[in-house]
Design a protein around this ligand. Structure first.
Ligand SMILES: Cc1ncc(COP(=O)(O)O)c(C=O)c1O
Length: 362
């Protein structure tokens, strides 16, 4: 439980103790801003960002561009908006976007690739969500006038539904090189790219240098309350700014959000290895439970996907029984569940969740 210097009322204390008692492993999006973030938000210097006059937003965008070794960056309210702006910038209506079959842009972004960019997904299944150049190469449409043309290749690192899996840098780079040789841009959905970097022990700039654009989130494991960034060339970001405004994402005194975002970007990546160690430990313990199937060795970051078919219960039944014991874990489908470790769940809380899982599944 984190402490705050500010005096708190009874309702806040009650809400906090409820939070403390509940072990919420549904997602790293549930992380709450740290006391330092809240202080920075209260004190943030702000201006009108649509006029480019918010000094804190400008600092955040500058810092993101520098950390990723790019010309420019733009703050967007959500990862979804960042990905969809990137797709719009890179494609023309009537084109195809090659992506992994369980990618976030396909399964969880409201068909916006069709709605906003006029494109369809060419979905390619990859083992644990990871694609190879040989998978992608075969799906690039021939350059003839009577088939829709491929406009973009998109990868996700870490891959959420693949179980937080990480692209080996050489695999991602081979894809970027192959796509570029074929005249195609490559966008990275790097919602959790800092987790990938922590797992690989390399800077984000190094593992993303060949991508044409990268979206990453401040509001997941990095614990900011809101916000994502899109990084790339100056020309790409200038175009992204137009589409952000078109989508209603031109915010005004958004420096209040950027103040928390700066702490998320510059301080929080350092602690992600703790979440990874907790996830690996939980995976190893889960693998010992009868009826649960997973390969703990594959758990490289903060996401654990496990199969519960052998317990004789559905994921919905397990979710409900866990919730009664103060543990929140969601099903992906009737047989598979996903848990996500993060800053607000320490080793002791992971132990409590495991105990509840033992009771429910055992
Ligand atoms: C891999 C991935 N990409 C993109 C997003 C979208 O982020 P947001 O919820 O901020 O729109 C998510 C959100 O969970 C995600 O997991």
């Amino acid at each position: 439980m984190r402490s705050s210097a500010a005096p708190r009322g009874t309702a806040e204390v009650e809400a906090e103790s409820k939070h403390a008692a509940t072990v919420d492993l549904r997602s790293d999006t549930v992380t709450r801003p740290t006391p330092a973030m809240r202080r920075a938000m209260a004190e943030a210097e702000v201006g009108d960002d649509v006029y480019g006059e918010d000094p804190t937003i400008n600092r955040l965008e500058h810092s993101a561009a520098e950390i990723f070794g790019r010309e420019a960056a733009i703050f967007v309210p959500t990862g979804t908006m960042g990905n969809q702006i990137a797709i719009k910038c890179h494609t023309r209506p009537g084109q195809e976007v090659i992506c992994e079959a369980r990618s976030h842009i396909l399964d969880y972004e409201m068909a916006m690739m069709a709605h906003f960019s006029g494109c369809i997904a060419r979905a390619v299944p990859g083992e644990d969500g990871i694609l190879r150049w040989s998978d992608i190469k075969r799906k690039i449409r021939p350059k003839t006038y009577y088939v829709a043309q491929t406009g973009l290749v998109e990868l996700e690192n870490t891959h959420n539904m693949g179980g937080g899996t990480v692209y080996p840098t050489e695999v991602a780079e081979e894809i970027c090189d192959g796509a570029h040789d074929a005249g195609l841009p490559v966008h990275l959905d790097g919602a959790r790219v800092f987790n990938a970097a922590a797992a690989l022990g390399k800077p984000v700039a190094e593992i993303t240098r060949k991508f044409d654009s990268v979206m990453f989130c401040l509001s997941k494991g990095l614990a900011a309350p809101v916000g994502s960034l899109l990084v790339g060339s100056r020309k790409f970001v200038d175009q992204a700014r137009v589409y952000r405004k078109a989508l209603g994402g031109g915010m005004r005194q958004a420096g209040i959000l950027a103040a928390a975002g700066l702490i998320a970007l510059e301080e929080m990546p350092k602690r992600l290895h703790e979440d990874h160690a907790n996830a690996r430990w939980m995976a190893e313990e889960l693998a010992k439970l009868r009826g649960i199937k997973l390969d703990a060795k594959k758990v490289a970051t903060n996401i654990v996907v496990f199969n519960v078919a052998g317990t004789g219960k559905t994921s919905a039944e397990i979710s409900r029984a866990l919730a009664e014991r103060g543990v929140l874990i969601n099903g992906i489908d009737p047989e598979n569940m996903r848990l996500v470790t993060h800053m607000d769940v320490d080793r002791a809380a992971c132990g409590r969740a495991l105990e509840a899982l033992r009771q429910v599944c055992g």
